[in-house]
Design a protein around this ligand. Sequence first.
Ligand code: NAD
Length: 373
Amino acid sequence: MKPVSIGIIGGGLMGREIASAFARWCALTEINVVPQLVSVADLNPAALEWFKHIPSCTQRTADYRELLANPAIDVVYVAVPHDQHETLYKDVLLAGKDLLAEKPFGIDLDSARRINAVVEQSGRFVRCSSEMPFFPGAQRAFRYATSGALGRVLEVVSGFHHSSDLDPNKPANWKRWSAQCGEGGALNDLGMHACHIPLRLGWKPHSLFAQLQKGYATRPDGKGGSVACDTWDNAQLHTWTKIQGQDVPMRLEMKRLAPGATNTWFLELRGTEGGVCFSTAEPKTLWQFERGEEQWWKRTELGFGTAFKTVTGGIFEPGFPDVIQQMWAAYLLEREGLLNGRFGCATPQEAVASHEIFAAALLSEKEGRVVAL
Ligand SMILES: NC(=O)c1ccc[n+]([C@@H]2O[C@H](COP(=O)([O-])OP(=O)(O)OC[C@H]3O[C@@H](n4cnc5c(N)ncnc54)[C@H](O)[C@@H]3O)[C@@H](O)[C@H]2O)c1
């Protein structure tokens, strides 16, 4: 087993999730790289306190520069509010470390392009976090799309829905403020998830029309008052993409106001010969279309067919912590040159391309028109 020393900057929701994925790395059976969390940086002392649960994590600091100065660290994972992505990602690269960056890879398109320029100059190994394609059902849908079984593609729908913003009494946090989340709001929050597989398939939109909606204009501030919220909560992007020389309608959806949905990522591909649908709402179920004398939607229970094998029983069902761990397995193996054709993490180029889509969506909303990309 080759150890890889990791530092985490931002020990909040995602920082803790990643730390717990490392802590049960023994679940992976055919992998010769093991991440060791050695350091965490967070401005919040309570966030740092939690990392005392991780024996290997001996450096806990409020100053991320101390983490970057630690010569033992090979890879840094950064999970901080979007307004800080650019500064911190560049600092990680300038410190000579590899990076797994959280989405959206900068607060806006210009920021993403500037980060990418430093990535290219640095020569470091950099990927952007997007774990949902590592669900076995998503992997199967991706392979189905590349197999040609769809025939002529008629329609693509890719999206990510949750309902966290439906409760008007939920206190505001940085994800509801443009200054920290970015003008894109739900686009920045959820867009990489919706764009990752279409972009990997080469299905970048060449034009789009965006419908963006805001939620509650004010929310409790958590201290007895209220505070203005200004980000877009829901986005439906009606796009055209070119697939095998044909224009195909592709709908990209990102919603924080989707009644009943909790972290529901979905992909629906329909063609003249076949079709495939997967949603994390039914995490082990794959739907495939077949056309013969009659037409069938066949339902398969996939079980735990992950790309990177684990001790988990093959009939068990996968979940969010599993795909986070799978994504890290992909990151660490690709970094070693051992991905061997398996699905890799989102690249900086894909992250920039997703921002090109978000920027076009904001322009479309502002001017009420179809925008060419
Ligand atoms: N991949 C996913 O599924 C997923 C899910 C949620 C969030 N995210 C992304 O992860 C990132 C963080 O989101 P979160 O939900 O974990 O946020 P969070 O608010 O829960 O945590 C962010 C942490 O960063 C810390 N922080 C802020 N500035 C810092 C600095 N300069 N130095 C050190 N620490 C600092 C905060 O104190 C906080 O603990 C965002 O980019 C978000 O879009 C990804």
